[in-house]
Design a protein around this ligand. Structure first.
Ligand code: PLP
Length: 442
């Protein structure tokens, strides 16, 4: 159900889907209307689920970042959502990029006007061919946390600017990364000695407190450990000039995190002359910017009063009585439930075909399922939804921008939900101006 009424300036990037004006809620509805029209015309994708991406929300997150953390340069973590418009907008706004692979590096470098110096290859364990590929395209800044990586880099990218990823406390995060990455401080002197022996240039330190960090104090502790690592660097004969404070930023507690982080930087790095501080935020930039509209394609409910009475007597009143099946699930956009430990909350976009959803509507306990034939494909085990909700109605989900569409599969032959782009409430002039200026420069 892609939008079809283009504005004149929608050809800012002709290779991308059109940008639209207006609030995302309007576009959810407009997308649904388009679907309804397509249904009348007997088009096959009539009820397809779709995202609405509000680029002005990404813009506002960037403003918030600059306001709260003016001394910390954001390198957007592409893995979180490599959406082409998000990447181009952030490129236009001047951020750097954290890439995890050569695929991501190629995607970023394919954008006119992006220099390789705006990329950090922030994967401490890279294939040799990827390190060689990075050298070829001029991406020098990269992380490591083990000696084998140093040998590999010395062989194929001896000019690299290395950033030592240290282990920090990730126990206050939804997704812990320390199980897999990060050098314990006890191993740092040995690693730095090896780097010197191999004549490698180590320029600084990075950490990641874990993705979805709900306790800001983790950042203070991590900065303290980074300070110790800087001191070890000096003992090993290096003068570090880069501190990378990683990702993990959440919109909900961002102001507090920014304040804790700024205080820690002032305390442990009081004189930051000559030290560049960067970060790798992902979720913070995109989570709120994407909503998803899904269609109820099937329903299993008690067939009549008798069955209802029987099943009601047999089961607990809090147990879901009606099962709704929607056309995106955990193998698609809702993979965030499995991989990113999220819970999602549906809201009713249409009821019995109408967008006027009365607030007085009686609710019943229901469950919401994805479209595949697998029973793990449960989107919401318990949800209170109106009892008159039927097949063909639409459910919406907010905060669907982080770690969703990027990891969606086509399992069972279902397509990945497409994105409709909007520039938000006030017409998103800032977004358009930034993109136009960038397109003109490019
Ligand atoms: N940097 C690295 C190395 C990561 O692995 C991740 C996420 O896994 C991020 C940055 C982005 O983290 P977040 O989305 O929590 O900001």
């Amino acid at each position: 159900p892609a939008a079809d009424n283009r504005d004149e300036d929608d050809a800012i990037f002709p290779d991308l889907p059109p940008l639209k004006r207006g609030h995302p809620a309007v576009h959810l509805r407009e997308g649904i209307m388009n679907a309804a029209r397509a249904a009348e015309a007997h088009k096959e994708d009539a009820e397809q689920a779709f995202f609405v991406a509000d680029l002005s929300q990404v813009y506002r997150q960037h403003e918030k970042w600059l306001r709260c953390l003016p001394g910390v340069e954001p390198f957007y973590a592409v893995k979180c959502n490599p959406d082409p418009y998000v990447i181009r907008l952030l490129a236009a706004l001047g951020t750097g990029f954290d890439c995890a692979s050569n695929g991501e590096i190629s995607q970023v470098l394919a954008i006119d006007g992006i220099d390789a110096s705006r990329i950090i290859f922030a994967n401490p364990c890279k294939a040799t061919s990827f390190v060689r590929g990075a050298a070829r395209v001029g991406v020098d800044m990269m992380t490591f946390d083990n000696a084998d990586e140093l040998h590999k880099i010395a062989r194929v990218h001896p000019r690299a600017k290395l950033v030592l990823r240290i282990l920090t406390d990730d126990s206050k995060a939804l997704c812990r990364l320390g199980l897999k990455f990060g050098a314990p401080l006890a191993t740092v002197p040995g690693l730095l000695a090896k780097a010197r022996e191999l004549k490698l240039d180590v320029i600084g330190v990075s950490f990641h407190v874990g993705s979805g960090c709900y306790d800001s104090s983790a950042f203070a502790d991590a900065v303290m450990r980074a300070r110790s690592t800087f001191n070890m660097g000096a003992e090993a004969g290096y003068t570090f000039n880069l501190l990378d404070v990683g990702g993990g930023f959440e919109d909900g507690n961002f102001e507090e995190t920014a304040s804790v982080l700024s205080d820690a930087l002032d305390r442990y790095f009081p004189d930051r002359n000559g030290i560049r501080v960067i970060a790798e935020p992902g979720r913070f930039y995109v989570s709120k910017a994407f909503s998803l509209a899904t269609n109820i394609i099937a329903r299993r409910a008690p067939m009549d009063d008798t069955e209802d009475a029987v099943s009601r007597a047999e089961i607990d009143a809090e147990q879901p009585r009606v099962m709704y099946y929607i056309n995106d699930g955990v193998y698609g956009a809702f993979n965030c439930i499995l991989f990113d430990h999220q819970t999602v909350h549906p809201y009713v976009l249409s009821l019995n075909g109408s967008f006027h959803v009365p607030s007085s509507e009686p609710l019943h306990v229901s469950s919401v399922w994805g479209p595949t034939c697998d029973s793990i494909d449960c989107v919401c085990p318990v949800a209170k939804l109106p009892s008159s909700l039927r097949v063909g109605d639409w459910l919406g989900f907010d905060n669907m921008g982080a770690y969703t569409v990027c990891a969606a599969s086509q399992f069972n032959g279902f397509e990945v939900s497409k994105v409709v782009y909007t520039t938000g409430n006030a017409g998103g002039h800032e977004v358009r101006d930034a993109l136009k200026a960038f397109a003109a420069e490019g």
